[in-house]
Write a protein that binds this ligand. Sequence first.
Ligand code: NAD
Length: 372
Amino acid sequence: MNNENNQKKTWKAGFLSLGLIGGSIAMTFRKKYPDAEIVALNRSPEPLQKALETNVINYGTNVIDDHFSNCDIIFLCGPIGVNIGFLKDIRRYISPSTILTDVGSVKSDIHRAVAADLPEAAFIGGHPMAGSEKSGYDNANDHLIENAYYILTPGPNVPQELIDRYYCLVQSLGALPLILSPSDHDYITAAISHVPHMIAYTLVRLVEESDSPEQYMKLIAAGGFKDITRIASSDPVMWEHICLSNPDNIDKLLESYLCKLQELRSLIKDGKGQELRQLFAQIRDYRNSIQDAPRGPIRKIYDLHCDIIDEAGAIATIATILSTQNVSIKNIGIVHNRTYEEGALHIEFYDEHAVTTAAGLLKKHGYRIYER
Ligand code: NAD
């Protein structure tokens, strides 16, 4: 694929909804294409106001109007059902050379809706496999999709030239394009994202319902439990749309998951120690073979724990050591309720490189480090 030929020099891009994902792509677009014309719609005015003030967009509105004419690309960035609702209103503003895309977490439904409502559109579904349990434009940033897989699901009649152009655009925005069919996408994401979210939701519910009136479980629940249930803090509306849009795949994989839980339950009930150990070792090996980078659909946290003595100036000393190598700290704090694998101080960083550098520096200064 020839980057030069497929890369436009100037772009006009439209965004329908400017939340976490729409805002992040718009910010990245502005960073990579300072001369681009970017127009955006959002139902509430605040994100538009902020995006205008920071020059992320050139024009903001709460209705789809003539400003969306002649766009090279239009991103639908609302919840899945909302994106489907946008299709009829955007019809009059798209031309054969407009790439129409979305960022929804499920693809088959929107492809069906496009085939029914807008068959003439050059629709290429898109799904940046990056995100966060936080939502809204205030949490958007210009590096969210960097080094993340960005799945593209081209519709059946889209000219190859437009697929190539979008592919190269994604690369130029710093993400890793991967072309899949809508149905493959929906099965894969059900397994690695949708079902894990359902498991996180039910785990949190299990603890809430099993807790004593004194709420000791809530009090003691620490690092490990919070880690695996972090995604249960995601936006409920978004997850309602995802579940309703991908019910068959989620159902099939949950069925299979329930069988595996039953299997485990029986081994525990029957006291089958050797089988349990074998199973855990096999699972551990597969888990360890999953590469950390590039980014996946569930945001990675770059952090470490280290032991410190509880005395005045202890945190300042660590901050000073890290500053010698210009390592920026995103968050730092004492862990009051430790689980066995953690140190007393928790430090969060912005990227992988910073964690590695920090761990090396602190070890050199005699600190005991706990990395994940
Ligand atoms: P968000 O809550 O940050 O933003 C949603 C946007 O949609 C907001 O601008 C909101 O104003 C708008 N919106 C919501 N309901 C609306 C309605 N009824 N009418 C008009 N506008 C409405 O959500 P997000 O995380 O940016 O998710 C947007 C899309 O991206 C979803 O389709 C989601 O499946 C997909 N996605 C999310 C993630 C993630 O981790 N958050 C990752 C990849 C893809």
